[in-house]
Design a protein around this ligand. Structure first.
Ligand code: NG6
Ligand code: CA
Length: 494
Protein backbone atom coordinates (compact mmCIF):
# COMPACT_ATOMS: atom_id res chain seq x y z
CA UNK A 1 0.00 0.00 0.00
CA UNK A 2 1.12 3.51 -0.71
CA UNK A 3 2.12 5.55 2.31
CA UNK A 4 -0.58 7.93 3.43
CA UNK A 5 -0.20 11.64 3.18
CA UNK A 6 -2.06 13.67 5.75
CA UNK A 7 -4.98 15.33 4.08
CA UNK A 8 -4.02 18.87 3.18
CA UNK A 9 -6.74 21.47 3.12
CA UNK A 10 -5.75 22.44 -0.41
CA UNK A 11 -6.20 18.94 -1.81
CA UNK A 12 -9.55 17.97 -3.18
CA UNK A 13 -10.62 15.43 -0.57
CA UNK A 14 -12.44 13.19 -3.02
CA UNK A 15 -9.56 13.13 -5.48
CA UNK A 16 -7.21 12.17 -2.66
CA UNK A 17 -9.57 9.53 -1.37
CA UNK A 18 -9.86 7.81 -4.71
CA UNK A 19 -6.20 6.85 -4.48
CA UNK A 20 -6.52 5.61 -0.94
CA UNK A 21 -7.54 2.28 0.38
CA UNK A 22 -7.65 2.77 4.14
CA UNK A 23 -8.49 -0.10 6.46
CA UNK A 24 -12.06 0.01 7.67
CA UNK A 25 -12.97 -1.23 11.14
CA UNK A 26 -16.68 -1.33 11.84
CA UNK A 27 -17.54 -1.78 15.52
CA UNK A 28 -21.18 -2.51 16.20
CA UNK A 29 -22.47 -2.76 19.76
CA UNK A 30 -25.56 -4.77 20.70
CA UNK A 31 -28.51 -2.80 22.18
CA UNK A 32 -26.44 0.26 23.06
CA UNK A 33 -28.69 3.31 23.25
CA UNK A 34 -28.21 6.83 22.00
CA UNK A 35 -27.95 7.95 25.63
CA UNK A 36 -25.61 5.12 26.68
CA UNK A 37 -22.44 6.94 25.64
CA UNK A 38 -21.09 10.10 27.21
CA UNK A 39 -20.25 11.42 23.73
CA UNK A 40 -23.74 12.91 23.33
CA UNK A 41 -23.55 14.54 26.72
CA UNK A 42 -24.74 11.91 29.16
CA UNK A 43 -23.38 12.63 32.63
CA UNK A 44 -24.46 9.31 34.09
CA UNK A 45 -22.05 7.08 32.18
CA UNK A 46 -18.46 7.52 31.12
CA UNK A 47 -17.28 6.01 27.84
CA UNK A 48 -13.96 7.76 27.17
CA UNK A 49 -12.75 5.42 24.43
CA UNK A 50 -15.96 5.64 22.43
CA UNK A 51 -16.02 9.40 23.05
CA UNK A 52 -12.55 9.69 21.56
CA UNK A 53 -14.00 8.47 18.25
CA UNK A 54 -16.97 10.81 18.56
CA UNK A 55 -15.00 13.90 19.49
CA UNK A 56 -12.12 13.27 17.11
CA UNK A 57 -14.26 12.40 14.11
CA UNK A 58 -17.72 12.76 12.70
CA UNK A 59 -20.24 12.62 15.51
CA UNK A 60 -23.48 11.73 13.78
CA UNK A 61 -26.56 12.75 15.75
CA UNK A 62 -29.15 11.48 13.27
CA UNK A 63 -27.68 8.10 12.34
CA UNK A 64 -29.96 5.08 12.16
CA UNK A 65 -29.99 1.34 12.19
CA UNK A 66 -32.31 -0.17 9.60
CA UNK A 67 -34.38 -1.80 12.32
CA UNK A 68 -35.05 -1.78 16.05
CA UNK A 69 -33.87 -5.39 16.44
CA UNK A 70 -30.65 -7.15 15.64
CA UNK A 71 -31.19 -9.58 12.77
CA UNK A 72 -32.97 -7.15 10.46
CA UNK A 73 -30.65 -4.33 11.44
CA UNK A 74 -27.51 -6.35 10.63
CA UNK A 75 -29.09 -7.64 7.45
CA UNK A 76 -29.52 -4.04 6.30
CA UNK A 77 -26.00 -3.12 7.25
CA UNK A 78 -24.38 -6.07 5.48
CA UNK A 79 -26.54 -6.22 2.33
CA UNK A 80 -27.51 -2.58 1.80
CA UNK A 81 -31.12 -3.70 1.51
CA UNK A 82 -34.09 -2.82 3.67
CA UNK A 83 -34.58 -5.90 5.83
CA UNK A 84 -38.37 -5.78 5.67
CA UNK A 85 -38.18 -6.56 1.96
CA UNK A 86 -37.10 -9.98 3.10
CA UNK A 87 -39.31 -10.12 6.19
CA UNK A 88 -36.45 -10.88 8.52
CA UNK A 89 -37.04 -11.28 12.22
CA UNK A 90 -35.02 -12.12 15.34
CA UNK A 91 -33.49 -15.50 14.51
CA UNK A 92 -33.10 -18.53 16.77
CA UNK A 93 -29.60 -19.91 17.25
CA UNK A 94 -30.00 -22.74 14.73
CA UNK A 95 -31.55 -20.69 11.90
CA UNK A 96 -30.17 -20.99 8.38
CA UNK A 97 -28.16 -18.12 6.91
CA UNK A 98 -30.62 -15.48 5.65
CA UNK A 99 -28.18 -13.88 3.21
CA UNK A 100 -27.94 -15.75 -0.08
CA UNK A 101 -24.55 -16.95 -1.23
CA UNK A 102 -25.08 -15.06 -4.46
CA UNK A 103 -26.13 -11.88 -2.69
CA UNK A 104 -23.99 -8.77 -2.70
CA UNK A 105 -22.65 -7.81 0.72
CA UNK A 106 -20.39 -5.18 2.17
CA UNK A 107 -17.76 -7.91 2.70
CA UNK A 108 -17.92 -8.85 -1.00
CA UNK A 109 -17.59 -5.22 -2.01
CA UNK A 110 -14.43 -4.84 0.04
CA UNK A 111 -13.09 -8.15 -1.31
CA UNK A 112 -13.63 -6.92 -4.86
CA UNK A 113 -11.63 -3.84 -3.94
CA UNK A 114 -8.73 -6.05 -2.87
CA UNK A 115 -9.34 -6.03 0.86
CA UNK A 116 -8.89 -8.87 3.33
CA UNK A 117 -12.17 -9.10 5.23
CA UNK A 118 -13.19 -10.43 8.63
CA UNK A 119 -16.27 -10.84 10.82
CA UNK A 120 -15.76 -11.23 14.56
CA UNK A 121 -18.33 -11.33 17.37
CA UNK A 122 -22.10 -11.19 17.28
CA UNK A 123 -23.49 -12.40 13.97
CA UNK A 124 -27.20 -13.29 14.27
CA UNK A 125 -27.81 -13.75 10.55
CA UNK A 126 -28.05 -17.53 10.68
CA UNK A 127 -25.55 -20.13 9.54
CA UNK A 128 -25.84 -23.31 7.52
CA UNK A 129 -28.87 -24.42 5.56
CA UNK A 130 -31.03 -25.79 8.37
CA UNK A 131 -30.66 -28.95 10.48
CA UNK A 132 -27.14 -27.91 11.41
CA UNK A 133 -24.63 -30.56 12.40
CA UNK A 134 -22.55 -28.55 14.85
CA UNK A 135 -19.87 -31.24 14.90
CA UNK A 136 -18.70 -30.67 11.35
CA UNK A 137 -17.82 -27.59 9.35
CA UNK A 138 -20.96 -25.46 9.02
CA UNK A 139 -21.61 -23.86 5.64
CA UNK A 140 -22.65 -21.39 4.43
CA UNK A 141 -21.67 -18.77 6.96
CA UNK A 142 -19.80 -15.47 6.93
CA UNK A 143 -16.97 -17.01 4.88
CA UNK A 144 -19.36 -17.82 2.04
CA UNK A 145 -20.80 -14.29 1.81
CA UNK A 146 -17.74 -12.08 1.71
CA UNK A 147 -15.62 -12.62 4.79
CA UNK A 148 -12.19 -14.24 4.48
CA UNK A 149 -12.06 -14.89 8.20
CA UNK A 150 -14.79 -15.26 10.79
CA UNK A 151 -15.10 -16.02 14.49
CA UNK A 152 -18.67 -15.48 15.59
CA UNK A 153 -21.31 -16.06 18.20
CA UNK A 154 -23.83 -17.64 15.88
CA UNK A 155 -26.84 -15.76 17.30
CA UNK A 156 -27.04 -13.94 20.63
CA UNK A 157 -25.46 -14.46 24.03
CA UNK A 158 -28.80 -15.60 25.43
CA UNK A 159 -29.34 -18.29 22.79
CA UNK A 160 -27.81 -21.73 22.47
CA UNK A 161 -25.41 -23.06 21.36
CA UNK A 162 -23.05 -21.09 23.62
CA UNK A 163 -19.99 -21.67 21.46
CA UNK A 164 -17.82 -19.68 19.08
CA UNK A 165 -17.76 -20.71 15.44
CA UNK A 166 -14.47 -19.94 13.71
CA UNK A 167 -14.43 -20.28 9.93
CA UNK A 168 -17.40 -22.65 10.20
CA UNK A 169 -16.00 -24.86 12.97
CA UNK A 170 -17.04 -24.87 16.62
CA UNK A 171 -14.01 -23.75 18.63
CA UNK A 172 -12.64 -26.25 21.15
CA UNK A 173 -15.07 -29.05 20.37
CA UNK A 174 -14.28 -32.55 21.65
CA UNK A 175 -15.54 -35.05 19.05
CA UNK A 176 -16.36 -37.45 21.88
CA UNK A 177 -18.83 -34.96 23.33
CA UNK A 178 -20.86 -33.87 20.31
CA UNK A 179 -23.19 -30.86 20.39
CA UNK A 180 -26.93 -31.21 19.95
CA UNK A 181 -29.19 -28.19 19.67
CA UNK A 182 -32.96 -27.90 19.52
CA UNK A 183 -35.37 -24.98 19.62
CA UNK A 184 -38.34 -27.38 19.63
CA UNK A 185 -37.92 -29.63 22.60
CA UNK A 186 -35.59 -30.57 25.36
CA UNK A 187 -33.32 -33.59 25.21
CA UNK A 188 -34.39 -36.50 27.43
CA UNK A 189 -33.38 -36.09 31.05
CA UNK A 190 -31.69 -32.76 30.47
CA UNK A 191 -32.20 -30.18 33.25
CA UNK A 192 -33.70 -26.77 32.45
CA UNK A 193 -34.15 -23.53 34.37
CA UNK A 194 -37.67 -24.72 35.22
CA UNK A 195 -36.85 -28.21 36.46
CA UNK A 196 -33.59 -27.21 38.17
CA UNK A 197 -33.70 -23.56 39.18
CA UNK A 198 -30.73 -24.12 41.49
CA UNK A 199 -28.52 -24.27 38.39
CA UNK A 200 -29.04 -20.54 37.85
CA UNK A 201 -26.10 -19.43 39.96
CA UNK A 202 -25.37 -16.18 38.11
CA UNK A 203 -28.72 -14.75 37.10
CA UNK A 204 -32.38 -15.80 36.91
CA UNK A 205 -34.86 -15.20 34.11
CA UNK A 206 -37.76 -12.74 34.11
CA UNK A 207 -39.38 -13.79 30.85
CA UNK A 208 -38.36 -16.31 28.21
CA UNK A 209 -34.83 -17.60 28.89
CA UNK A 210 -35.87 -20.66 30.85
CA UNK A 211 -34.48 -23.53 28.79
CA UNK A 212 -30.98 -25.00 29.10
CA UNK A 213 -28.79 -23.47 31.81
CA UNK A 214 -25.20 -22.89 30.74
CA UNK A 215 -22.50 -21.40 32.96
CA UNK A 216 -25.16 -20.73 35.61
CA UNK A 217 -27.18 -18.66 33.12
CA UNK A 218 -30.54 -19.79 31.70
CA UNK A 219 -30.80 -19.46 27.89
CA UNK A 220 -33.25 -19.65 25.02
CA UNK A 221 -33.14 -23.08 23.36
CA UNK A 222 -31.96 -26.52 24.36
CA UNK A 223 -28.41 -27.73 24.08
CA UNK A 224 -26.58 -30.89 25.08
CA UNK A 225 -22.90 -31.84 24.91
CA UNK A 226 -20.03 -29.71 23.64
CA UNK A 227 -18.82 -29.02 27.17
CA UNK A 228 -15.23 -28.27 26.21
CA UNK A 229 -16.45 -25.77 23.60
CA UNK A 230 -18.70 -23.64 25.82
CA UNK A 231 -17.71 -20.02 25.93
CA UNK A 232 -17.00 -18.22 29.17
CA UNK A 233 -19.41 -15.30 29.46
CA UNK A 234 -17.05 -13.37 31.73
CA UNK A 235 -14.18 -13.73 29.26
CA UNK A 236 -16.15 -13.08 26.09
CA UNK A 237 -15.01 -9.46 25.77
CA UNK A 238 -11.33 -10.31 26.02
CA UNK A 239 -11.75 -13.40 23.81
CA UNK A 240 -13.34 -11.41 21.00
CA UNK A 241 -11.03 -8.43 21.31
CA UNK A 242 -8.14 -10.91 21.25
CA UNK A 243 -9.45 -12.25 17.93
CA UNK A 244 -9.64 -8.71 16.60
CA UNK A 245 -6.02 -8.10 17.59
CA UNK A 246 -4.94 -11.37 15.97
CA UNK A 247 -6.76 -10.44 12.79
CA UNK A 248 -4.90 -7.12 12.70
CA UNK A 249 -1.58 -8.81 13.51
CA UNK A 250 -2.02 -11.25 10.62
CA UNK A 251 -2.75 -8.51 8.11
CA UNK A 252 -0.27 -8.47 5.21
CA UNK A 253 1.35 -5.02 5.11
CA UNK A 254 0.58 -4.54 1.44
CA UNK A 255 -3.16 -5.20 1.74
CA UNK A 256 -5.91 -3.24 3.51
CA UNK A 257 -8.56 -4.87 5.70
CA UNK A 258 -12.24 -4.51 6.38
CA UNK A 259 -13.28 -5.88 9.76
CA UNK A 260 -16.79 -6.19 11.16
CA UNK A 261 -16.51 -6.41 14.96
CA UNK A 262 -19.80 -7.19 16.71
CA UNK A 263 -19.54 -6.36 20.41
CA UNK A 264 -21.83 -8.49 22.57
CA UNK A 265 -22.52 -5.74 25.10
CA UNK A 266 -24.85 -4.59 26.61
CA UNK A 267 -27.28 -7.28 25.34
CA UNK A 268 -28.56 -9.77 27.93
CA UNK A 269 -27.30 -11.73 29.76
CA UNK A 270 -25.01 -9.00 31.04
CA UNK A 271 -22.11 -10.81 32.61
CA UNK A 272 -19.11 -8.47 32.50
CA UNK A 273 -15.66 -9.63 33.53
CA UNK A 274 -14.98 -9.15 37.29
CA UNK A 275 -12.64 -6.28 36.45
CA UNK A 276 -15.69 -4.24 35.36
CA UNK A 277 -18.13 -5.33 38.04
CA UNK A 278 -19.14 -2.33 40.14
CA UNK A 279 -17.60 0.23 37.78
CA UNK A 280 -20.99 1.92 37.59
CA UNK A 281 -23.86 2.25 40.04
CA UNK A 282 -26.17 0.75 37.42
CA UNK A 283 -25.36 -2.89 37.97
CA UNK A 284 -24.51 -5.30 35.15
CA UNK A 285 -25.99 -3.19 32.35
CA UNK A 286 -23.85 -0.16 33.16
CA UNK A 287 -20.80 -2.30 33.84
CA UNK A 288 -21.24 -4.07 30.51
CA UNK A 289 -21.21 -0.69 28.75
CA UNK A 290 -17.94 0.16 30.50
CA UNK A 291 -16.59 -3.20 29.31
CA UNK A 292 -17.63 -2.38 25.73
CA UNK A 293 -15.83 0.93 26.03
CA UNK A 294 -12.73 -0.93 27.23
CA UNK A 295 -12.90 -3.13 24.12
CA UNK A 296 -12.87 -0.04 21.92
CA UNK A 297 -9.85 1.26 23.83
CA UNK A 298 -8.01 -2.04 23.36
CA UNK A 299 -8.57 -1.99 19.63
CA UNK A 300 -7.52 1.63 19.30
CA UNK A 301 -4.36 0.90 21.23
CA UNK A 302 -3.62 -2.00 18.90
CA UNK A 303 -4.03 0.21 15.83
CA UNK A 304 -1.81 2.81 17.44
CA UNK A 305 0.92 0.27 18.27
CA UNK A 306 0.87 -0.99 14.70
CA UNK A 307 1.08 2.54 13.35
CA UNK A 308 -2.25 2.05 11.60
CA UNK A 309 -4.32 4.86 13.06
CA UNK A 310 -3.90 7.29 10.17
CA UNK A 311 -4.56 4.45 7.85
CA UNK A 312 -7.77 3.11 9.37
CA UNK A 313 -11.31 4.44 9.37
CA UNK A 314 -12.97 3.38 12.61
CA UNK A 315 -16.76 3.38 12.69
CA UNK A 316 -18.69 2.86 15.89
CA UNK A 317 -22.42 2.22 16.07
CA UNK A 318 -25.10 -0.03 17.61
CA UNK A 319 -27.52 -2.50 16.05
CA UNK A 320 -30.65 -1.10 17.72
CA UNK A 321 -31.88 0.96 20.63
CA UNK A 322 -31.57 0.15 24.31
CA UNK A 323 -33.66 -1.90 26.72
CA UNK A 324 -33.56 -2.43 30.47
CA UNK A 325 -35.23 -5.70 31.41
CA UNK A 326 -34.82 -7.92 28.38
CA UNK A 327 -35.61 -11.19 30.10
CA UNK A 328 -33.28 -11.52 33.10
CA UNK A 329 -33.49 -10.30 36.69
CA UNK A 330 -30.29 -8.30 36.48
CA UNK A 331 -31.41 -5.14 38.26
CA UNK A 332 -31.22 -3.06 35.10
CA UNK A 333 -34.58 -1.44 35.93
CA UNK A 334 -33.94 -1.07 39.65
CA UNK A 335 -30.49 0.51 39.34
CA UNK A 336 -30.85 2.70 36.27
CA UNK A 337 -31.29 5.84 38.40
CA UNK A 338 -31.13 9.05 36.35
CA UNK A 339 -29.44 7.38 33.43
CA UNK A 340 -31.39 8.09 30.24
CA UNK A 341 -30.34 5.33 27.88
CA UNK A 342 -32.59 6.75 25.15
CA UNK A 343 -30.86 10.11 25.15
CA UNK A 344 -34.13 12.00 25.41
CA UNK A 345 -35.88 10.16 22.59
CA UNK A 346 -39.01 8.07 22.88
CA UNK A 347 -39.12 4.28 22.69
CA UNK A 348 -36.16 1.94 22.62
CA UNK A 349 -35.32 -1.50 21.35
CA UNK A 350 -38.28 -3.10 19.48
CA UNK A 351 -39.93 0.30 19.08
CA UNK A 352 -40.88 2.30 16.01
CA UNK A 353 -40.37 5.45 18.03
CA UNK A 354 -37.12 7.27 17.60
CA UNK A 355 -34.90 5.54 20.17
CA UNK A 356 -35.53 2.20 18.45
CA UNK A 357 -33.24 3.04 15.55
CA UNK A 358 -31.46 6.33 16.28
CA UNK A 359 -28.19 4.96 17.59
CA UNK A 360 -24.69 6.14 18.46
CA UNK A 361 -22.84 6.59 15.17
CA UNK A 362 -19.27 7.89 14.86
CA UNK A 363 -16.70 7.87 12.08
CA UNK A 364 -13.08 8.41 13.07
CA UNK A 365 -10.09 8.72 10.79
CA UNK A 366 -7.09 10.22 12.45
CA UNK A 367 -5.47 12.98 10.45
CA UNK A 368 -8.13 12.88 7.75
CA UNK A 369 -11.35 14.00 9.37
CA UNK A 370 -11.81 17.35 11.00
CA UNK A 371 -14.00 16.79 14.07
CA UNK A 372 -17.58 17.74 13.39
CA UNK A 373 -21.00 17.17 14.91
CA UNK A 374 -23.38 16.40 12.07
CA UNK A 375 -27.13 15.90 12.02
CA UNK A 376 -27.01 14.48 8.50
CA UNK A 377 -29.67 11.77 8.21
CA UNK A 378 -27.76 8.57 7.44
CA UNK A 379 -28.39 4.86 7.87
CA UNK A 380 -26.09 1.94 8.49
CA UNK A 381 -27.09 0.39 5.18
CA UNK A 382 -25.54 3.44 3.49
CA UNK A 383 -22.03 2.38 4.45
CA UNK A 384 -22.02 -0.13 1.59
CA UNK A 385 -22.68 2.37 -1.23
CA UNK A 386 -20.52 5.00 0.43
CA UNK A 387 -17.43 2.83 0.68
CA UNK A 388 -18.09 1.46 -2.80
CA UNK A 389 -17.84 5.05 -3.99
CA UNK A 390 -14.63 5.60 -2.07
CA UNK A 391 -13.09 2.51 -3.63
CA UNK A 392 -14.47 2.96 -7.12
CA UNK A 393 -16.53 -0.22 -6.91
CA UNK A 394 -19.73 -0.68 -8.85
CA UNK A 395 -22.91 -1.89 -7.17
CA UNK A 396 -25.75 -4.12 -8.29
CA UNK A 397 -29.01 -2.38 -9.17
CA UNK A 398 -31.82 -2.09 -6.70
CA UNK A 399 -29.95 -1.61 -3.44
CA UNK A 400 -31.49 0.56 -0.74
CA UNK A 401 -28.02 1.73 0.22
CA UNK A 402 -27.28 5.36 -0.66
CA UNK A 403 -23.90 6.94 -1.17
CA UNK A 404 -23.32 9.43 1.64
CA UNK A 405 -19.54 9.21 1.78
CA UNK A 406 -19.24 12.97 2.17
CA UNK A 407 -21.54 12.92 5.18
CA UNK A 408 -19.68 9.97 6.73
CA UNK A 409 -16.38 11.80 6.29
CA UNK A 410 -17.74 15.07 7.62
CA UNK A 411 -17.49 16.98 4.33
CA UNK A 412 -21.17 17.84 4.39
CA UNK A 413 -24.05 17.89 6.83
CA UNK A 414 -26.41 16.75 4.09
CA UNK A 415 -27.59 13.19 4.18
CA UNK A 416 -30.64 11.27 3.06
CA UNK A 417 -33.85 12.94 2.01
CA UNK A 418 -35.77 10.13 3.61
CA UNK A 419 -35.72 6.53 4.70
CA UNK A 420 -37.84 3.71 5.99
CA UNK A 421 -37.21 2.38 9.48
CA UNK A 422 -38.59 -0.87 10.80
CA UNK A 423 -39.55 -2.28 14.19
CA UNK A 424 -40.84 -5.81 14.57
CA UNK A 425 -42.43 -5.73 11.12
CA UNK A 426 -43.93 -2.23 11.32
CA UNK A 427 -42.63 0.59 9.11
CA UNK A 428 -42.20 4.31 9.68
CA UNK A 429 -40.87 6.96 7.34
CA UNK A 430 -38.19 9.42 8.37
CA UNK A 431 -36.95 12.61 6.82
CA UNK A 432 -34.26 14.88 8.21
CA UNK A 433 -36.56 16.32 10.88
CA UNK A 434 -39.84 14.42 10.72
CA UNK A 435 -41.16 10.96 11.43
CA UNK A 436 -44.39 9.54 10.07
CA UNK A 437 -45.71 6.65 12.13
CA UNK A 438 -48.66 4.43 11.31
CA UNK A 439 -51.35 3.80 13.86
CA UNK A 440 -49.27 1.75 16.20
CA UNK A 441 -50.09 -0.28 19.27
CA UNK A 442 -46.55 -0.17 20.50
CA UNK A 443 -44.80 -3.44 20.96
CA UNK A 444 -46.08 -6.37 22.97
CA UNK A 445 -42.68 -6.30 24.47
CA UNK A 446 -43.29 -3.26 26.65
CA UNK A 447 -42.75 -5.70 29.50
CA UNK A 448 -39.10 -5.00 28.70
CA UNK A 449 -39.12 -1.65 30.44
CA UNK A 450 -39.33 0.49 27.33
CA UNK A 451 -42.03 3.12 27.16
CA UNK A 452 -43.60 2.00 23.92
CA UNK A 453 -46.75 4.05 23.98
CA UNK A 454 -49.53 3.94 21.49
CA UNK A 455 -50.41 6.14 18.57
CA UNK A 456 -53.97 5.41 17.61
CA UNK A 457 -53.84 7.15 14.26
CA UNK A 458 -51.32 7.98 11.53
CA UNK A 459 -49.01 10.51 13.20
CA UNK A 460 -46.45 13.06 12.17
CA UNK A 461 -43.81 14.19 14.63
CA UNK A 462 -41.29 16.99 14.39
CA UNK A 463 -38.16 15.45 15.84
CA UNK A 464 -36.23 18.67 16.03
CA UNK A 465 -38.55 20.20 18.61
CA UNK A 466 -40.33 17.16 19.95
CA UNK A 467 -37.82 14.44 20.82
CA UNK A 468 -40.38 12.56 22.87
CA UNK A 469 -42.86 12.42 19.99
CA UNK A 470 -45.70 13.80 22.07
CA UNK A 471 -47.47 16.07 19.61
CA UNK A 472 -49.04 14.69 16.46
CA UNK A 473 -48.82 17.58 14.00
CA UNK A 474 -50.41 15.83 11.05
CA UNK A 475 -53.26 18.37 11.10
CA UNK A 476 -50.77 21.20 10.78
CA UNK A 477 -48.75 19.66 7.97
CA UNK A 478 -51.09 17.47 5.94
CA UNK A 479 -49.15 17.98 2.71
CA UNK A 480 -45.88 16.86 4.21
CA UNK A 481 -47.55 13.84 5.79
CA UNK A 482 -49.10 12.87 2.46
CA UNK A 483 -45.77 13.20 0.70
CA UNK A 484 -44.05 11.02 3.30
CA UNK A 485 -46.84 8.47 3.07
CA UNK A 486 -46.38 8.36 -0.71
CA UNK A 487 -42.62 7.92 -0.35
CA UNK A 488 -43.16 5.06 2.05
CA UNK A 489 -45.60 3.41 -0.34
CA UNK A 490 -43.20 3.88 -3.24
CA UNK A 491 -40.43 2.17 -1.26
CA UNK A 492 -42.73 -0.60 -0.18
CA UNK A 493 -43.72 -1.38 -3.76
CA UNK A 494 -40.19 -1.31 -5.19
C1 NG6 B 1 -36.02 -11.70 22.31
C2 NG6 B 1 -35.49 -12.04 23.68
C3 NG6 B 1 -34.53 -10.97 24.10
C4 NG6 B 1 -33.46 -10.76 23.05
C5 NG6 B 1 -34.10 -10.51 21.71
C6 NG6 B 1 -33.10 -10.38 20.60
C7 NG6 B 1 -37.13 -13.21 25.13
C8 NG6 B 1 -38.28 -13.06 26.07
N1 NG6 B 1 -36.60 -12.10 24.65
O1 NG6 B 1 -36.86 -12.73 21.87
O2 NG6 B 1 -33.96 -11.28 25.33
O3 NG6 B 1 -32.65 -11.90 22.96
O4 NG6 B 1 -34.97 -11.56 21.38
O5 NG6 B 1 -32.36 -9.24 20.74
O6 NG6 B 1 -36.72 -14.32 24.85
S1 NG6 B 1 -31.54 -8.72 19.53
O7 NG6 B 1 -30.87 -7.53 19.97
O8 NG6 B 1 -30.60 -9.75 19.16
O9 NG6 B 1 -32.49 -8.43 18.47
CA1 CA C 1 -29.42 -5.87 19.44
Amino acid sequence: MKPFLPLLASLSPLATMAQQRPNVLLIIADDLGYGDVSAYGSQTISTPNIDRLAHGGVCLTNGHAASATSTPSRYGLLTGMYPWRKKTNILPGDAPLIIGEEQFTIGRMFQHAGYRTGAIGKWHLGIGRGMIDWNHTIKPGPNEIGFDYSCILPATVDRVPCVYVENGNVVGLDPNDPIEVSYQKNFDGQPTAITNPELMTKVTWSHGHNNTVINGIPRIGFMRGGRSALWSDENMASYLVGKVKEFIDHQPTDQPFFLYYGLHEPHVPRIPHPQFVGKTTMGPRGDAIVEADWCVGEVMQKLEEKGLLENTIVIFTSDNGPVLDDGYNDQAVELVGNHDMNGGYRGGKYSLFEAGTRVPFFVYWQGHIRPIVSDALVAQQDLLASFADMLGQSLPDGLDSENHLKAFLGKTRKGRKGMVVEAVGRLAYRTQDYALLPAYKGSKRNITGNEMGIVDTLSLFNLKDDHMQQENIIGKKPKLARKMQEELERERKK
